[in-house]
Design a protein around this ligand. Sequence first.
Ligand SMILES: Nc1nc2c(ncn2[C@@H]2O[C@H](COP(=O)(O)OP(=O)(O)OP(=O)(O)O)[C@@H](O)[C@H]2O)c(=O)[nH]1
Length: 207
Amino acid sequence: MHQQEIAESNLVTRRGTFRCVAFRDPADGHEHLALVYGGRPRDDVLVRVHSECATGDIFGATRCECGDQLDAALDAIVAEGAGILVYLRGHEGRGIGLVAKVRTHILQDEQGLDTVDSATSLGFPVDVRDYGPAARVLSYLGVRSVRLMSNNPDKISALQSHGIAVAARVPLLVPPSPDNISYLTAKRDRLGHDLPQLEGFVRGADT
Ligand SMILES: Nc1nc2c(ncn2[C@@H]2O[C@H](COP(=O)(O)OP(=O)(O)OP(=O)(O)O)[C@@H](O)[C@H]2O)c(=O)[nH]1
């Protein structure tokens, strides 16, 4: 990556001080962010590669578990004493964008379609995310292998295809709720995510 497209500073947060690495990826042109905790990363560092979700990450929407996963990943990194969170812009709605994602929400709410069918019935692809920017910033940080916090097997193969070894997958499981159970179930049944916490959840049991 070109030095002119990267800026680094310390970022003091309520969890502690991170190294904030902002960068513009040369391939997709988006400005992304890596938050590094605990000094110079070592091999097999704990990493979360998080896709932008304005509704969940910023405003705490409960229909998806994005905001809870962001919090849990940062907590896990701080608890371990080291780690990296890569926050990928341009990934909104699995890459289809915010307006398109909200259109899928309309179909989910009004017609009961799941997160997959609501996209395809509008003519959108289900997932067009590019993990190249994450791999490039990890390489820039000197990271060759990671323990990746994710339940998505495709994310692991995508990172590996971009040259980052995934030494282990670390589950990032948030509790199901009546609000997110449809979304989580579709991720498990239609997208192949590993979500064992859904076993035994009875919709409405804890409302
Ligand atoms: N198209 C669409 N995208 C959504 C919807 N809800 C959340 N998203 C997006 O989904 C992305 C997160 O992807 P997920 O499939 O939930 O999870 P993942 O990142 O692949 O997997 P994990 O690493 O296990 O979290 C974010 O970019 C969200 O904006 C939805 O209803 N429709």
